[in-house]
Design a protein around this ligand. Structure first.
Ligand code: AMP
Length: 396
């Protein structure tokens, strides 16, 4: 059964509520990266081309249920207007009379409406029924294009859908589901997953679900140290989740039982502090001279090993950096891996803000099959969880 798409709706003359993920990074009110706005332009343009009036809604940051101008979507309205080339009527609240005024204005101007931050109301995150109905009341149809928010059962993602006969996926959501479902259901082999970043606990469920499907699992970043310590390897002051050692042992045994190659670093960069000017060195992974230093990036032998494991891969999923890539001296592993993933002849899917920025920085973004806009959501999806925002959409 396929999820309903915006392409299945009769849009002419309809007011279309479009939930997007315009949660862009802002610095002093200036958008530093507009990728998320661009990602939903096709959906908005599609709605306009078919004669709908788009009423666009998003969250931004964590204002915790009260209006806070540090998180206003006003700068997004300005940027959206530039990108779309159509007037954007900004409603200074996501419910109430401000919305009606903006809708009237947009209708006259042949433009679109952008609502103020949904999370200025606590009812958004609590999935309040009355609030969801209020949101729904201004529109005739509903489309969700916010894959990045689909793992949260919030009012604009879940509750609202009960008020529409055919809640549908936007073009971006549809694309995310297409690639991620393909990977879950029928991956070309060898199928390799690369997981990095800081927390094992975030990724355990994904690992458990994917082990049955993968050929190789590559682990890097701080996550690796929990696995290394669980094998009795000295980890110094590296970031370890001590309460997950047993889990790491279980995953190691499970991987062996299922014939999955679980790859861990063989060398690493160790430092006395996470700082650009801290002295650092490359040592073997089991070198006890780590003392009280910490591991912050994979070393050159590991880079070569991981590259070799990706050479013949036909499906690759990557989420999470190989080290503290925010500091140039510890970014080598993540950047090298970006290159290796870009070189793969097959389906490559990259998710998570850190991995995406590494891919972009390396200039390789256009060599990736699919860059997932939802880091957390894509991990949960690959972990086999039914996302509430996807489950709430209708089926064909
Ligand atoms: P996550 O949010 O779990 O994907 O983790 C991303 C963060 O992990 C980044 O900010 C990295 O700096 C951090 N990270 C990656 N490797 C290490 C490491 N070896 N030690 C400490 N932090 C790390």
């Amino acid at each position: 059964m396929a999820t309903l798409s915006i392409r299945d709706l009769h849009l002419h003359g309809r007011r279309l509520f479009i939930r997007v993920d315009f949660n862009v990074p802002l610095k002093n009110g200036v958008i530093t990266d507009d990728t998320r706005i661009r990602a939903s332009l096709a959906t908005i343009q599609f709605a306009l081309d078919w004669g709908a009036l788009p009423i666009i809604a998003s969250h931004l940051g964590r204002p915790k249920g009260t209006p806070n101008m540090a998180y206003t979507l006003r700068p997004v309205a300005v940027r959206l207007q530039e990108l779309l080339g159509r007037p954007v009527s900004f409603a200074p609240d996501c419910v109430g009379p401000a919305v009606d005024t903006a809708v009237d204005e947009a209708r006259r101007a042949n433009g679109v409406v952008l609502l103020e931050n949904l999370r200025f109301h606590a009812e958004e995150e609590s999935n309040d029924e009355a609030f969801a109905k209020q949101l729904a009341d201004v529109a005739d149809d509903y489309v969700n294009d916010a894959f990045g928010a689909a793992h949260r059962a919030h009012a604009s993602v879940e509750g609202i859908t009960h008020h529409f006969p055919k809640p549908a996926a936007g073009l971006l959501m549809e694309q995310e589901l297409k690639y991620l479902s393909h990977v879950l259901e029928a991956p070309e082999r060898p199928f390799v997953a690369i997981l990095g970043g800081a927390k094992v606990s975030d990724k355990i469920e994904v690992i458990e679900n994917m082990l049955g499907k993968l050929d190789r699992l590559i682990i890097g970043g701080a996550m690796a140290y929990t696995f290394l310590k669980s094998r009795g390897i000295p980890t110094g002051r590296s970031l370890v989740e001590d309460d997950k050692l047993e889990e790491a042992r279980r995953i190691t045994a499970d991987a062996a039982a299922k014939g999955v190659e679980l790859a861990l670093p063989v060398d690493h960069i160790v430092t006395t502090a996470i700082a650009a000017d801290a002295p650092h060195a490359v040592i073997a992974i089991d070198d006890a001279s780590i003392g009280d230093r910490m591991g912050v990036d994979i070393g050159p032998l590991t880079i070569a090993k991981y590259d070799a494991l990706l050479k013949d891969a036909r499906t690759v999923v990557w989420n999470g950096p190989m080290g503290v890539f925010e500091i140039a001296a510890f970014a080598g592993g993540t950047n090298a891996l970006a290159q290796s993933v870009a070189n793969v002849h097959g389906t490559t899917i990259v998710g998570g803000g850190d991995s995406i920025s590494a891919i972009k920085k390396s200039g390789m973004a256009d060599r990736i099959t699919h860059i997932s806009t939802g880091g957390g959501a894509s991990l949960e999806f690959l972990g086999g969880r039914v996302l509430p925002g996807v489950a709430a959409l209708g089926n064909k």
